[in-house]
Design a protein around this ligand. Sequence first.
Ligand SMILES: Nc1ncnc2c1ncn2[C@@H]1O[C@H](COP(=O)(O)OP(=O)(O)O)[C@@H](O)[C@H]1O
Ligand SMILES: [Mg+2]
Length: 340
Amino acid sequence: MRGVSLRYPGAAGAAVAEVSFEVPGGSLTALIGPSGCGKTTVLHLAAGLLAPGEGDVVIGGRTVTALPAEMRPVGMVFQSNALFPHLTATQNIEFALQASGHAADAARARAVAALQNAGLSAIAGARPAELSGGQQQRVALARALVLAPSVLLLDEPLSSVDAVLRRSLLDELRALQRQRDLTVVYVTHDHLEALALSDQIVLLNAGRVEQAGSPRALYERPATAFVASFMGEAGIFPGVRRGGGAVWVGPLQLPELFEGAPGAVRVAVRPEAWRLGPATASGLAGSVVKRCYLGKAVEYVVKTGLGLVLVTSRGPLMLLELGAPVSLHLGAHGASVLEA
Ligand SMILES: Nc1ncnc2c1ncn2[C@@H]1O[C@H](COP(=O)(O)OP(=O)(O)O)[C@@H](O)[C@H]1O
Ligand SMILES: [Mg+2]
């Protein structure tokens, strides 16, 4: 996407504005952001279902902005799978092949093979209504893949699938993507899905790219408070940067250096970055005001001079009582300076 903008007819503002990002061939990019931020619009622009007011769509080095959808080397799987309800799984795939110019008997054979490859032979004769949500999306994916698109666009394909099955379908999708070297754009509003699945994350906010980069970069080095909070829980605290990139939050120095002009900064701290211990002279003093036992971790809210701090405590679980005086320190990772 090169500087792509789109305003829907009659809308007051742009749905997406000056969106630029690149999806390297053979990799998986997660396009994420809150509901209404423009994810589906960007996918539709890539697929040619919408034409941008400004900017260009380039696929494999070729500008395709003026190319109609059916001419683009793109496959798409929608949120609701859009299988034809009166056709069986095999017939759905057969139909897609015939629509793209394959002869009837060849289409039949390839459809059968496609379902077999996807491990779906057992449901080849079933109609969508006889299939679970997960099975329907598997068929929709097999249908998109059988046309061997250069780019596969997936718009929240697993949002109607329950959490356990979603996890295994995600693993399947990732394995398939790696095995066949597919170029995939995967839309989701779920940052955990994006972190687990992708090579690159593009985070949209109100139609604009807020930050793009590796999953680690977005989680560990968020540029803005929006990114820090969207990618997981984060407390945002006022801090000060001194010479050499040393940054302080209250009485604590961040373990890592963050180069930049000295002065006031904002610091994002993940709940798991805090080390919680009995009250000592050093550290950030506080007292426990809330405790939530989660099994593999305990969440505390600690009242400090910097305000309320959310702390996730793992490891050997020593339960602290409400009102207990504590000291907070920072672990090696999980605190970063916001650029804006
Ligand atoms: N067909 C449409 N006509 C007018 N506005 C639309 C249309 N589709 C989406 N929008 C608006 O464009 C913005 C982006 O929508 P969309 O791309 O669907 O977001 P997302 O997929 O991230 O939830 C939203 O404000 C939405 O209301
Ligand atoms: Mg959408």
